[in-house]
Design a binder for this molecule. Structure first.
Ligand code: SAH
Length: 238
């Protein structure tokens, strides 16, 4: 796969984190267009949902990527974001988002805010996103980045996602971006009838993204893609 177009390699100061709202510039847009064409629309990956593809083209992934690895922001890979955590590979973000079948009126719960990038993608596609991050400093940084970039419909909470969102309510869909060995029951309880949950499940090197659906109170679950995610952890005090 060619990676000829990477504006950051030529102009390393482009796209640095600043306090002013970012101006989407032609160079980063081209890098995202190339990412969409070469990483998402290729036959063995086949992301076809036009709204998802448009969101992937629009959201500035480099703004959610630490300076040290920003030159690789549009590469076909997960990247470190500090604290041993990662921003997921663009294809995985697009795949899980497409599988959620996001509708404009949806309220979506995300477990594992990380950089906030997945939440920003969803922000373009649904009404409200509620996202939980267990590491305080990541939650704070993601929340500040999302605010700075103008994503107003994302609510970030710092806490343990095993328990789901702190206030009662049901979600149209749930996306989990860290892997438990088993699906936490409170998340199943917070999923609406007919709702979809995308969740990587399994031990460290044998995870599969599972699609869970609730019909007539009954749970349907199937594995759809082998993956490698960071684990869903617990607070040590718990
Ligand atoms: N969606 C993220 C990917 C983050 S990686 C992005 O777009 O960047 C997964 C994240 O899950 C990590 O930041 C990790 O700290 C967090 N995490 C792990 N266990 C968790 C838990 N029990 N509750 C909430 N977040 C958790």
């Amino acid at each position: 796969m060619s990676r000829t177009l990477n504006p950051f390699r030529k102009w390393p100061n482009l796209g640095s984190r600043t306090d002013r709202p970012i101006q989407p510039d032609a160079d980063t847009l081209q890098a995202r267009q190339q990412m969409v064409r070469q990483q998402l629309q290729v036959p063995d990956r086949g992301i076809t949902n036009q709204r998802v593809l448009a969101a992937m083209e629009k959201v500035p992934r480099h703004e959610f990527t630490p300076k040290k690895v920003r030159a690789e922001a549009y590469d076909d890979t997960a990247l470190p974001i500090g604290h041993g955590q990662t921003i997921s590979q663009p294809f995985i973000v697009a795949f899980m988002t497409e599988q959620l079948q996001p509708q404009t009126g949806d309220r979506v719960l995300e477990i594992g805010t990380g950089s906030g990038y997945q939440a920003a993608i969803l922000s373009e596609l649904v009404r409200e996103i509620y996202t939980i991050e267990i590491i305080d400093s990541l939650a704070l940084r993601a929340s500040a980045d999302l605010k700075r970039l103008g994503y107003k419909n994302v609510h970030v909470q710092c806490g343990d996602g095993h328990a789901g969102w702190s206030e009662p309510g049901l979600f149209d869909s749930i996306i989990v971006t860290c892997a438990p060995v088993q699906v936490p029951p409170p998340l199943i309880a917070q999923l609406k009838e007919g709702g979809r949950m995308l969740i990587p499940v399994g031990p460290k090197h044998h995870q599969q993204i599972n699609l869970l659906q609730k019909f007539n109170g009954e749970l349907h679950q199937r594995a759809i893609l082998p993956v490698r995610f960071v684990p869903l952890t617990r607070n040590e005090a718990d």
